[in-house]
Write a protein that binds this ligand. Structure first.
Ligand SMILES: NC(=O)c1ccc[n+]([C@@H]2O[C@H](COP(=O)([O-])OP(=O)(O)OC[C@H]3O[C@@H](n4cnc5c(N)ncnc54)[C@H](OP(=O)(O)O)[C@@H]3O)[C@@H](O)[C@H]2O)c1
Length: 289
């Protein structure tokens, strides 16, 4: 099976390209394939032969999307639709990644695939348009919504918290915003079952199991580091509230936990708990440093 991965310079795309060892994978980073150049996309992909195209590239800077609206809609909204149409000409399946930020955050129980999207940021709006364009292009494509992605290929929130605890006596994180961390290694592990065109199309949610605030997430990361003997200047994470975040440009959903019930029903397996995934990440990526 021939797989193309777009976005291999990023946290998720790099992990997928690295972990899909048993497949014939061709990866593209931004320099090799620029989603903001639709003509270039068509020209470069048209001669290629592939069965599955995975799009892990996106304009992911949530605050920058507010001020660079046109760019956000082009990269996150329009380009995924073009990728889907290119896939149609090859009889290939597009697996496109989306986000919990397409939800508004009003609920207090996990969001299902049937819940109505209500984005409250340009990033969320542009990603929702991307989803719609992909699904409108063909009924065999798949949108995978994930949340709070972490992994070794590009630092994220968890790495920033660990670094801070290694350098400073004080670490704080937001305690009143909730979702679920998701390990790129776990996404890479579950994704191949969806390469089969007949297996599933439409929208699927995937995240590690459970729910936490950023404060709980950071605290658990420091607990794991302490247990692994990784030297830290502090092991306690203080609590901030969303009201403290006056430097944010974009609004963010206060609750965006994704229900993975559909994934579990389809695959017959439940994602592992976020605490277990974080502990595994710290063991693999920090213990040996
Ligand atoms: N990170 C999260 O917490 C999170 C949460 C929910 C959903 N997601 C979704 O998961 C997917 C993967 O995100 P990630 O965490 O891997 O983000 P990431 O590390 O920011 O990776 C995104 C990649 O897209 C590339 N990119 C940006 N503009 C591009 C363009 N015009 N053409 C081609 N490539 C371009 C970036 O290039 P550079 O390397 O040059 O920056 C980067 O390599 C995205 O669809 C994102 O919306 C992420």
């Amino acid at each position: 099976m021939k797989i193309l991965v777009v976005g291999t310079g990023g946290r998720l795309g790099a992990a997928l390209a690295r972990e899909f060892k048993e497949y014939d994978v061709t990866g593209f980073n931004r320099a090799q394939l620029d989603l903001s150049d639709l003509h270039d996309l068509r020209t470069k992909l048209r001669p290629m032969v592939f069965d599955v195209l995975i799009n892990a590239a996106a304009f992911t800077n949530v605050d920058a999307c507010e001020t660079e609206r046109d760019r956000a809609f082009l990269i996150n909204g329009e380009a995924p639709g073009v990728l889907a149409k290119i896939c149609n000409t090859k009889d290939a399946k597009l697996i496109h990644f989306s986000t919990d930020y397409i939800f508004g955050g009003e609920k207090r129980t996990p969001y299902t695939e049937e819940d109505e999207a209500n984005p409250i940021s340009v990033y969320g709006e542009s990603k929702l348009i991307g989803e719609k364009n992909v699904l409108a292009a063909g009924d065999h494509h798949l949108v995978v919504r994930v949340s709070w992605v972490f992994g070794p290929d590009r630092p994220s929130f968890i790495d920033a918290m660990i670094k801070r605890a290694q350098e400073k006596e004080k670490v704080d994180a937001i305690g009143d915003k909730f979702s679920t961390p998701t390990y790129t290694h776990d996404i890479a592990g579950m994704l191949p079952q969806f390469f089969d065109r007949a297996f599933e199309s439409g929208i699927i949610h995937f995240a590690n199991a459970g729910k936490c605030s950023w404060q709980e997430y950071a605290q658990w990361a420091l607990d794991c580091c302490r247990d692994a003997g990784i030297p830290l200047k502090t092991t306690q994470v203080g609590t901030l509230t969303l009201r403290n975040m006056s430097n944010w440009v974009a609004r963010r959903p206060v609750y965006s936990v994704l229900s993975t019930a559909k994934y579990t029903e389809l695959s017959g397996t439940a994602p592992r708990a976020w605490r277990e995934a974080v502990a595994d990440y710290i063991r693999r990526s920090y213990s040996k440093k």
